[in-house]
Write a protein that binds this ligand. Sequence first.
Ligand code: NDP
Length: 518
Amino acid sequence: MMVAMATKTPDREAAQAAGAVARVDQAPSSWGLGDGAAIPWEYAPAPESRDIVTIRDRYGLFINGREVQASGGETFPSVNPATEEQLTVVAKATEKDIDTAVRAARTAQRRRWGSLSGKERAKYLFRIARILQERSREFAVLESMDSGKPIKESRDVDIPLAAAHFWYYAGWADKLEYAFPGRVARPLGVAAQIIPWNFPFLMLAWKIAPALAAGNTVVLKPASTTPLSALLFAEVCRQADLPPGVVNIVPGPGSVGMSLVTHPDVDKVAFTGSTEIGRQIFKGVAGTDKGLTLELGGKAANIVFDDAPLDQAVEGIVNGIYFNQGEVCCAGSRLLAQESIVEPLIEKLKDRLSTIRVGDPLDKNTDVGAINSRSQLEKITELVAAGRAEGADMYQPACDLPERGYFFRPTLFTNVAQSHRIAREEIFGPVLSVLTFRTPEEAVEKANNTPYGLSAGIWTDKGSRILHMVKRMKAGVVWANTFNRFDPTSPFGGYKESGFGREGGMHGLHAYVRLEDR
Ligand code: NDP
């Protein structure tokens, strides 16, 4: 760790105006420096170099193995949310382009990819995985610039996990008969895939890797604020010599996404994003025989019992809600703390929050980067204001935010009632709402008191209590004494308004095959 003497003067007034408790420039008590002691050092900047990434002035669509301009000739900008600078402009696909892309995918599926042996498909997927590892730093820097996520997360989580999904599903491509014993697994055909902006490249990998392994071809629409890593992936497809039309990438607005969903020659739709758009997509495929998986929002409970190791739980809570600026569908945005330990837990949490570093996503020391877009920042700001107006108590550590860019301080609300909007609505930002409970039954009731059902966390010393709770939680994923852990072998997905279908593991493969009797 590099250190330099403190020269920073935090903006105490602004922090207090925003509701921060005045701990400005003071070491957390857990550091043992004495009450009110000044923090004796500051991290030196450790910026990751941008040189490894070449961003062109303009990007086209990727259809049938070639870069093409949009038929309407229109483009849209992609902006770096940390600086508000325009990075490039990207071709805006039209309904006509979607049709061209679906036809290309259909032809590739019929003539080539669908009849290739599993062993041959695996070779391509292994090749892609290897190239992703070779180019991982380039992908990580680009992803951080386009999305605002800290480089340490794109470098250590998003990109390695994305590569791991290609390795994992490459392994299944020639073993489908073992994945589905006694059945014959046939590809569905052409998959329409729509992904969000919070994990742009990881969501691409979650969707493309199993689809290709099972013999499908794909047309993928990235989110409008984060199209660049998908377009870099187009280069990887060419580098891997993937047959033309197997992967097609069509950036464009939501309306283009809907044209893709409703295209009559699509066999399967996979969507990750908001519950509201998920509903529209559900309606869009109703009455057809298209396969559908929806991975939507969440409002996860992270439950801490009085026998939990508190310091470990604090790390899990911080990881649960401040990882990726809280822009995570499975974020642990509701902390349920057992009443007897709520005070020391909150004290420790506040201490820990004062050490979180908010700022330049490309700085390797940054913990919380930029919010993905101005509109998302406005949504977070509005919900936080609602929290204060409804009577919850807000704490934000004092920290300087960069002058430009879409940044938001890590925020903690106590004195939260279940009826408050901040306890009910998905904020998708670095905002934690703390509620309390007395008994396990009350914890279950409160945790399940949400229209969502994507994830949950349990912190306790007792294995039997974990099992007791897991059985009662209505959530697709329940983490015990950890949070936000992902693995390609493990299925992920939700209940209720969090959607249906699973991605990851063999379940993820199942969503891309039609099973027939032998
Ligand atoms: P959306 O659900 O609008 O975006 C997700 C993807 O769907 C994007 O590619 C988007 O394209 C596309 N899309 C938008 N409208 C349509 C449509 N009518 N038909 C087909 N595709 C469409 O999320 P937002 O970006 O608007 O975020 C709003 C909220 O949604 C967030 O605040 C958060 O609460 C939640 N969210 C949840 C995510 C999750 O992982 N569960 C991920 C992202 C957001 P485009 O980008 O061009 O609009």
